[in-house]
Structures are given as C-alpha cells and as structure tokens.
Ligand binder design. Structure first.
Ligand code: B12
Length: 264
C-alpha cells in the first residue's frame, strides 16, 4: 500500500527509469510484481518501489515473465503421478520450471492442492497406503517450503503469524498461507502445526503482528480454530484473526488479509 506523501510515478516514467518498454512495466503491474494504484485512466507506482525493482534487476533477479499454462489439470495430474511414485526430483524439476513464471498462489491452488485432494480421496477409499500419502505430503512440504523460504524484500505490507490450531496436524495449508502472504509482501512468522492458542497469541504480540492466520484441513480443526481465535482475541485485543477452512481459497485469504491491513 502506498503512503499518501510518497512520491509517485506514471508507468511511462517508471518504464523510463527502469530502461524498459511501457508494456513491460504494465505487465509487471498486472502480474503483481509492481504495486500500483489507479489514477484517472492510468496507474501510478511509488518511486521507492521502482527503485527496489531497479535494485533487484541490477542484482540479476528480474521480475518473473508470466507463463501461460494451457492445461492446469495436466500439470496437477503430472504432479500427482510424481508424488504417488515418490519421484521427488521430477516433481521439483517441474515445480521449478513452473515457478519461473507462475505465482506461488497459482502453484498451490491449481497444481498442488488438487493433487493433494486426489491423494486424500484415494487414501480414504483405501486405494493408497498411508506410507505413500505421508511420502507425498512430505514432498509437498519441501516443494512449497522452497517457495516460502524468504521474507519479501522492501517494506512489508504488514506482519502476520501463520499456524494451525491445537490438534490440527495438517501443516500444509498453513505453509501455503505463509508462502502466499509472503508473495503478497507480508512479513510472515510461520509456526507450522498444532500450537496452543496462548502460544500463537503471545508470539503475535511479541512480533507486533497485525494478523493471525489459523489454517485447518478438517472439520475438527475448524471447530478448534474458532475457539482458538476467540482465545487469542480475548487475551490481547489487536491482531485480526482469520481462520481458513477446507475448500477455502488462498485468494480469499490474501484478499481478507489486505482488508484486515486496511482496517488496522
Ligand atoms: C496430507 C494429509 C495428511 C498428513 C498431513 C501432513 C502435513 N504435513 O500436512 C497426515 C498424514 C499427518 C494426515 C493426518 C490425518 N488426516 Co489427513 N490429509 C492429508 C491430505 C491428503 C492433504 C491435506 C492438505 O494439505 N490439504 C490442503 C488443501 C489441499 O486443501 P484445503 O483443506 O482445501 O486447504 C485450502 C485452504 O485451507 C486454503 N487456506 C489455507 N490457509 C488459509 C487461511 C484462510 C483464512 C483462508 C481463507 C484459506 C486458507 O489453502 C488451502 C489450499 O487451497 C488431505 C486431503 C484433503 N482433501 O485435504 C487429508 C485429509 C484432510 N485427512 C483426513 C484425515 C481423516 C486425517 C486423519 C484423521 C487420519 C487418521 N485417522 O489419523 C489424520 C488427522 C491428523 C490431525 N490430528 O490433524 C481427511 C479429513 C476428513 C474430514 N473431513 O475431516 C482428509 C480430507 C482425507 C480424506 N479425503 O478423507 N493427513
């Protein structure tokens, strides 16, 4: 979000400063690589963000070029096959290639989650062993972890804590939440799975977090998250607490987090 007093530039001025074509900067805005706000019939970007972007380009880390994936289902099926066969190197190679041009949020929503849901259904029907399901989720932890490893550069949108409620051992949704919030420029403290509410609340206060995210993959987890959220809110008024349920989307999370930041 741009502070009111911060100097702003038009896209053409940003393109000139970065030494690229106007359409290239416009593409970065559309891909979320460069934050912009609508101004009349065009966009304005902050001069500070343009400087940050120029620094990243100079350091050899240019913004992603968008890849147009024609068949997401095929990508997810390919990942499912690699996961169930335990072919981690293949899964990683595919994911690294996609990640060059696909945001983490799309990797999670359109590739990894559908593969995990299929694996869960097959496990529930007794068609996949527990060991194969565990191996697949362990591989996914490493695939997503590689995308969530770094905090964003520049000024963060806000500070968030991501965890699961007590008893909820499904760690992947909170990991995905952490990865997607970092991609959206949040500074995220990822606490992994199964924490007492008091611990989450304490860490949120200690880190000055304005947002706590509790992710659940089961009905039981959803019920526990509701109680934990109440406990966190009662103990220390301050952070907004968002609870994620199975089937909720990460786009909903990112939108709700931005709305909470706007209110804070
Ligand atoms: C991997 C896995 C495990 C692994 C987890 C390992 C790990 N490191 O995470 C292990 C082996 C530990 C496990 C254990 C169990 N599991 Co399990 N597991 C799964 C599996 C295959 C994937 C879980 C996952 O990551 N889901 C995440 C994605 C794919 O789905 P999602 O829930 O829609 O999540 C989205 C949102 O939450 C969103 N999001 C995240 N955070 C936030 C926040 C906000 C605010 C918002 C808006 C959105 C949001 O992001 C996600 C992606 O879009 C699922 C299958 C499934 N359908 O989920 C079963 C599944 C969840 N497990 C199930 C079960 C039954 C169990 C066990 C009870 C089995 C047992 N008898 O021991 C235990 C419970 C353990 C516990 N106490 O928590 C059932 C749950 C049934 C139910 N309705 O409650 C499922 C659905 C399988 C099935 N089809 O039956 N499991």
């Amino acid at each position: 979000m741009q502070a009111a007093a911060e100097p702003a530039m038009s896209l053409q001025q940003a393109a000139d400063a970065l030494g690229v074509h106007y359409q290239t900067v416009y593409g970065w805005v559309r891909q979320g690589e460069l934050a912009a706000r609508k101004s009349g019939r065009g966009y304005q970007v902050s001069a500070a963000e343009v400087r940050t972007l120029a620094g990243r380009r100079a350091a050899g880390r240019p913004p992603r070029q968008q890849i147009r994936v024609r068949d997401w289902q095929a990508q997810s099926d390919r990942l499912y096959a690699a996961l169930t066969a335990g072919r981690e190197t293949l899964a990683r190679r595919d994911m690294d290639r996609l990640a060059l041009g696909v945001p983490v949020i799309d990797l999670c929503e359109l590739v990894i989650s559908p593969a995990l849901r299929r694996i869960g259904d097959e496990w529930a029907r007794g068609e996949l062993s527990i060991a194969v399901e565990h191996r697949a989720s362990a591989i996914c932890e490493r695939l997503i972890g590689a995308r969530a490893a770094c905090q964003p550069g520049g000024r963060p949108r806000g500070v968030a804590v991501a965890a699961t409620p007590p008893g909820e051992r499904h760690a992947l949704p909170a990991l995905m939440a952490a990865a997607c919030l970092r991609e959206d420029h949040w500074l995220v403290h990822h606490l992994a799975a199964d924490l007492p509410a008091a611990e989450v609340g304490w860490l949120a206060a200690d880190a000055g977090a304005g947002l706590v995210v509790l992710s659940s993959a089961t009905g039981q987890g959803v019920a526990t998250a509701a109680r934990a959220a109440g406990e966190i809110r009662r103990a220390r008024p301050g952070p907004a607490v968002l609870s994620g349920r199975p089937g909720d989307s990460l786009h909903q999370l990112v939108a709700a987090a931005r709305a909470a930041a706007g209110r804070g």
